[in-house]
Design a protein around this ligand. Sequence first.
Ligand code: SAM
Length: 288
Amino acid sequence: MPRKNHKQLQTEFTLTAQDCIQGMRNIPTESVDLVVTSPPYNIGVRYNSYEDCKNPDDYLHWTLAWATEIKRVLKPNGSFFLNVGATPSNPVFPHELIVELSKLFVLQNTFHWIKSISVETAKGDMLSAGHFKPINSRRFVNNCHEFVFHLTKNGTTPLDRLRLGVPYADKSNVKRWAHTKGQDVRCRGNVWFIPYKTIRNRKMQRPHPATFPTQLAVNCIKIHGYTFEIVMLDPFLGMGHAALAAKQCGIRKFIGFDIDPRYVELARMNIGPSRFDSSCTLASKRKP
Ligand SMILES: C[S@@+](CC[C@H](N)C(=O)[O-])C[C@H]1O[C@@H](n2cnc3c(N)ncnc32)[C@H](O)[C@@H]1O
């Protein structure tokens, strides 16, 4: 990470156990640079307390309500990265969601988060990497992918493509293309292979049923382009992988909400010793 004086500049975290719509109402208008989040998918995931089974119309209505708050708090050139995936029984869910959200935002980029992939090499060897949840079905194949939609207010938010760049496979391209300016780095494109970390004990190591890897949020931070001054928000914090990414990248301020106090506590534990805003409390435990 490029930051100087890394040790002195610590991210300030404000993590609150609260409904995110209520929580976001306290955030000033156009004060957030970057939102990275993944809402519940309404597929009956067994969270600790949240019931993931709204009526489909209510779910879309609710989505518009929290996304409207995101739009209000986002700066004009801000980025809103929304991670959602489909299930075999509801393959159109991410597409329905994005059509609904197009009422508020412009879909500037679509990234594909690949959890597992098999690639045949030129020599004919098969390389398989990553993890997925196998499904036992004669109709459906294993689902190894989710979306990360990049939503912006006007579709014109400039990105830092090379911050997440990769070296050229064919080095002759470095000289051939003037736009490289002699640097061996090119835009990675919109396919991100980000495997989950291998864990031995789910209950101990990942005690939340629906997380994204920290690296997914790091990619969003990098491609948006960042300096220490950035303010980042995750309205559906879970156990805090976006917060961990903010800490890793040395972002100035991170705001997170989760309706479940247990998940907020987990996120705090995950982040470890950090600078917490003094008003950072669990709303449900606040003294009257
Ligand atoms: C898909 S998970 C997010 C996981 C997170 N990205 C991570 O990696 O740990 C969605 C989270 O939204 C929370 N949630 C559900 N309704 C909420 C609401 N109205 N306000 C805030 N959080 C809510 C759930 O408790 C759950 O932890």
